[in-house]
Design a protein. Structure first.
Length: 391
């Protein structure tokens, strides 16, 4: 069986890196034998999440970069630790984030031996912003370019992320080694089909957003659009669920609500899984309208599939990897990035047409059922086979 060393970005906090690592490695396990490398701080959580796997701790993986004064000693310690690890032979090294996790993976490649093949090839998964943000940090930019040049395959989680990477790293990314593999999900497995098939459409429209309160999520756009929605449908409500990832931005959103005179807007903050389920079950339309902020962009958008598991149609924007998660005209409606009027019209089109709501909501459920982690694993295995055949 193929043995793969996975370098994992972060496990301590709930979020994209942890959920991806847990689901991805779980789906891959039926195809390969995993060996996990995690940061020392993540070791207790790694042992809890992956009790049957071989795990090696490192001083850091995603926790340090060259532009940070703290990063230098942590990276140096990581480099030295890798040199002394008693690792078994592996076929591949796969870093589950572009950088700095990818830098750690490239060091690992230089230290381990592939089974009968010399140095093991290196594969990168790229989640979005971390695939491009390093271009403005000189030392990290130089190191990251080297990681990309040496990688055997680079697998962004969306075609949108791949396009962003090609804007800045086309020299390092030959077309034949850039292979987007869409994120999977298990929401449709956890949420019964009856939640979508038997959902009742509220008489008064209830919009729902789920996501951390930070500028690239575009809540300033959806709130501005809600003013137009409420003018046409005064009974409409808007619930926003998520942590205040940026306190200044959270205050700004509150000021927008006050300035525009919006009614029936509720900021829930961070809530329990049970409360979140009730929000999804009561909502009419899922709204999340990302907007790129400098190098910060939405890499994919698993939350759109979570909404789909409950049979909700989506209103979103053509930003980053969102068009890979939302099928325009089928599972939801996409507006241009930053287009408040377009967002408002998309919401009203769905809110005023219960039949279209149901049609797109059920299509989103089917899309969530299709885009599974098993599908992701099958595509990744094909990628592994291509890389190993080329060695």
């Amino acid at each position: 069986m193929t043995r793969v060393a996975y370098v994992i970005a972060s496990l301590q906090q709930p979020g994209g890196w942890r959920s991806h690592a847990l689901a991805f490695v779980g789906a891959m396990r039926k195809h390969i034998e995993p060996i996990l490398l995690v940061s020392q701080a993540d070791l207790p959580e790694a042992r809890r999440l992956f009790p049957a796997d071989v795990i090696f701790p490192l001083p850091g993986t995603q926790q340090a970069a060259l532009h940070s004064p703290r990063g230098w000693p942590l990276l140096w310690s990581t480099y030295r630790t890798i040199g002394g690890l008693a690792l078994p032979e592996v076929d591949l090294v796969h870093s589950l984030e572009a950088y700095p996790t990818g830098l750690v993976g490239s060091w690992l490649v230089a230290r381990v031996r592939s089974k009968g093949r010399g140095a093991a090839p290196h594969i990168l998964t790229v989640h979005g912003t971390y695939g491009v943000i390093w271009r403005s940090r000189r030392l990290d930019h130089a190191a990251y370019r080297g990681v990309l040049r040496r990688a055997a395959m680079v697998c962004p989680v969306s075609h949108g992320t791949a396009r962003q990477m090609l804007r800045y790293y086309a020299t390092e990314l030959k077309p034949e080694k850039l292979h987007p593999i869409l994120n999977g999900n298990d929401f449709a497995r956890r949420v019964p089909a009856s939640a979508a098939l038997q959902r009742s459409i509220p008489q008064s429209p209830l919009l729902l957003t789920v996501g951390d309160l930070k500028p690239r999520k575009g809540l300033h756009l959806s709130l501005a659009a809600f003013q137009q929605v409420q003018a046409a449908m005064p009974q409409a409500s808007y619930w926003i669920v998520g942590r205040a990832g940026d306190d200044h931005y959270a205050r700004h959103l509150g000021q927008i609500v006050e300035r525009l005179g919006l009614r029936n807007v509720r900021f829930w903050g961070a809530i329990s899984d049970e409360q979140l389920e009730q929000c999804y079950r009561q909502a009419s339309i899922f709204v999340l309208t990302p907007e790129q902020q400098g190098d910060q962009f939405e890499g994919f958008g698993l939350v759109y599939l979570e909404a789909g598991a409950y049979g909700l149609p989506v209103v979103a924007t053509r930003s980053g990897g969102v068009p890979d998660a939302v099928r325009d005209g089928e599972t939801g409606i996409l507006a241009d990035e930053g287009d408040v009027n377009g967002i408002a019209q998309a919401i009203l089109r769905l809110a005023q047409n219960p039949g279209l709501q149901r049609q797109m909501g059920l299509a989103n459920r089917r899309w969530a059922e299709t885009l599974t982690w098993e599908r992701t694993a099958d595509e990744q295995i094909q990628c592994y086979q291509e890389v190993l055949q080329a060695v």
